[in-house]
Design a protein around this ligand. Structure first.
Ligand code: FES
Length: 118
């Protein structure tokens, strides 16, 4: 299964994902520059993404903890999620998300992943 991630520079990266993995871990493991400072503990909001289109409704709703943490992020709207709280399941194959600019780290994009989709 795959996750499609748009970076703030407009490039889209199609990343292979495994069931049970956090979307944040998938991005990090493929070398995308995501801050994710707390390492997935729902304690930093530097893994803020916007979920595209109909995918919002397919996700498990955020916990109170996630909603509270998102309050501290910038440009939060109804598409906002912390991607360390999104667990990959077969239903999410093809998930499309955009990384919020404040969650972008300085590290260069290393991924060659499964190829960039444009
Ligand atoms: S990595 Fe810190 S909240 Fe997601």
């Amino acid at each position: 299964m795959f996750v499609n991630v748009r970076l703030p520079d407009g490039t889209v990266h199609r990343l292979e994902a495994l069931e049970g993995w956090r979307v944040m871990e998938v991005m990090r493991d493929w070398g995308l520059p995501i801050k994710a400072e707390c390492g997935g503990a729902c304690a930093c909001a530097t893994c803020h993404v916007w979920v595209e289109g109909d995918w919002v409704a397919k996700l498990v709703p955020p916990t109170d903890e996630e909603t509270e943490m998102l309050d501290g992020a910038f440009q939060v709207d109804e598409r906002s999620r912390l991607c360390c709280q999104l667990i990959m399941t077969p239903e999410l194959d093809g998930l499309e998300i955009e990384l919020a600019p404040e969650s972008l780290s300085d590290q260069p994009v290393e991924t060659v992943a499964a190829g960039s989709a444009g």
